[in-house]
Design a binder for this molecule. Sequence first.
Ligand SMILES: Nc1ncnc2c1ncn2[C@@H]1O[C@H](COP(=O)(O)OP(=O)(O)OP(=O)(O)O)[C@@H](O)[C@H]1O
Length: 324
Amino acid sequence: MSQVDIASISRQPQVDTSPVSEIVLRTRNLTKQYKQRTVVNDLNLDIRRGEIYGFLGPNGAGKTTTIRMILGLITPTSGSVEILGSDILAHRSEVLPRVGALIETPALYRYMSGRDNLLAFSKALGGVSSKRIDEVLAIVSLTERQRDKVRTYSLGMRQRLGIAVALLQDPDVLILDEPANGLDPAGIVEMRDFLHRLAAEGKTILMSSHLLSEVQQICSRVAIINFGKLITETTVKDLTTGKGEFTVKVERAAEALALLKRQPWGQSARLNEEGDIVTSSPNGKGRELNAFLAQAGYVADELSSTRYDLEETFLRLTEGHSGN
Ligand SMILES: Nc1ncnc2c1ncn2[C@@H]1O[C@H](COP(=O)(O)OP(=O)(O)OP(=O)(O)O)[C@@H](O)[C@H]1O
C-alpha cells in the first residue's frame, strides 16, 4: 500500500472549529467495488468525540480501502462519509485540515533530523509556527532526540514522528492505519500511553489494526470487519464479556451443575476446562446466582462474569478467514 500524502491532505487553510455533534466521523452504507468485487460492503460506522476507535479485521478485510474513502483519497462506489458534520467529498477543503492521517510507514526523510522533517512538512503545509513544532515534538516525546537524524530512530520513534507530522495543524480527528505495526512490546506500550494522552486532550482517534491484543489495550470501542462487511461494532468490554454468563468455582461442581441444568435459566450451564461452572443466572445478575447456589448448599468460592479473550472472539467472529 502506498504512503499517504499527508501534505495534500492537510494543505488547506485552517477553519474555525464550530460546535459539532457527538458523532465526529460517520460512514453510511459505504461501499467500494472493484470490477464485480465488493471490497467494502454497506459499512455504517459511528465514531464519537474523544474516543479511540479500533478498526479491526483480518488481512484483506477492507480496512485500508475504508480509510482511503474516509480521507477522500478514493471515491466510494456508493454511500457517504461525514466528518465533523460535513460530507467529505462535498466539503473537502473545510474538512481535511481538521483531519490528520498516517497510513502505514510515514514518508520521512531519513537523512534529516526529526525537527527538520517537521520543518519540511510544515513548509509544504504553508508554514506552521516554530512553537507548534516544539509542541508536537513534546506531545510525541521526541524533544530530546529532535536534532538526531531520523535514520538513528527506532521504529517506534519514526511512527511517533509520523504522527507528529499528522498533528502539525492540530487536527480534531486522527486516522492511523496500523500505528502499532512492527513495534515491540515496549513500543506498543509507549504508543498506547501516547494515544491515551491525545484522546484525553479531546482528539478523536480511529486506528486500524490486526493486532488484537493491542486494540484490546488501547481502544474503547471497536468495529470488526471481514470481507468488507461489518461484523460487530461494540465496546471492547462487551466483546470480551460473556453475554450474561458467570464462572463459578464451587465444591461438588458436578452436583451443582446437575441442579443448575434443571433450572429453566440454567440449561446451557457447563463446566469449563478448569472444572468451574459456566452458567447464566436467574435474572442476569451474579447476586441472584450466588444466592440460589448458597440456598441449595453450594457456597461459591469465586463468582465472576465470564470473560473471553478478544483474539478468540475475533477468530470466532471472522472464522479465521482472510478476505484476500
Ligand atoms: N485498487 C484495487 N483494485 C482491486 N482490488 C483492490 C484494490 N485495492 C484493494 N483491493 C482489494 O480489496 C481488498 C481489501 O483490501 P484492503 O487493503 O482494504 O484490506 P485491509 O483490510 O487493509 O488488509 P491489510 O490488513 O492486509 O492491509 C483486498 O482483497 C484487496 O486485494
